[in-house]
Design a protein around this ligand. Structure first.
Ligand SMILES: O=c1ccn([C@H]2C[C@H](O)[C@@H](CO)O2)c(=O)[nH]1
Ligand SMILES: [Zn+2]
Length: 159
């Protein structure tokens, strides 16, 4: 376990990584041709997948990570134990700024976020034990962040 993350079982880690790879298959990335898959593991062991969904009005695009969160939250699920993200590029990508703020809303500071290389399976086949997965957390990806608790703090007397 790295200093920044909460403990997760090896099967759960493999499950959420595998789900992110599967989610990438449905990426609607006709403009960028950049496929991204994400998966959330919920506190009750459910997997929720998301892919990026682009739009002819480019700004309407939603990232894979936010797709997964929106699917979960709109089904009443708001507690998560892990997130995995992958693309087709060998260097594991890391969530964009907007998605980091989304993660901040729903996840513990030290919840594991697995950044999975696009060639994960090829790396495993070559005997690279962990497939090159990087483990991070929202504490690391979005330091000194603003979050839900900040809105609960008392206001100064003049406000
Ligand atoms: O972490 C990321 C980074 C990018 N994208 C998507 C948005 C867009 O569809 C494409 C190129 O930016 O990749 C994601 O889904 N997640
Ligand atoms: Zn994003």
């Amino acid at each position: 376990m790295s200093a920044t993350t909460l403990e997760l079982s090896v099967p759960d880690k493999e499950r959420v990584i595998r789900a992110a790879i599967e989610a990438k298959e449905f990426a609607y990335s006709r403009y960028s041709k950049f496929r991204v898959g994400a998966a959330l593991l919920t506190v009750d062991g459910q997997i929720i997948k998301g892919c990026n969904v682009e739009n002819a009005s480019y700004g309407g695009t939603i990232c894979a990570e936010r797709t997964a969160f929106v699917k979960a939250v709109s089904d009443g699920v708001t507690s998560f134990t892990a997130l995995a993200v992958t693309s087709d590029v060998p260097d594991a990508i890391s969530p964009c700024g907007i998605c980091r703020q989304f993660i901040r809303e729903f996840c513990a500071q030290r919840m594991p976020i697995f950044l999975v290389p696009g060639d994960y399976d090829a790396r495993l086949a070559k005997g690279e034990g962990d497939g090159g997965v990087k483990e991070s957390s929202i504490a690391e990806l979005l330091p000194q962040s603003f979050g839900p608790e900040d809105l609960e703090k008392p206001r100064h007397p003049g406000a």
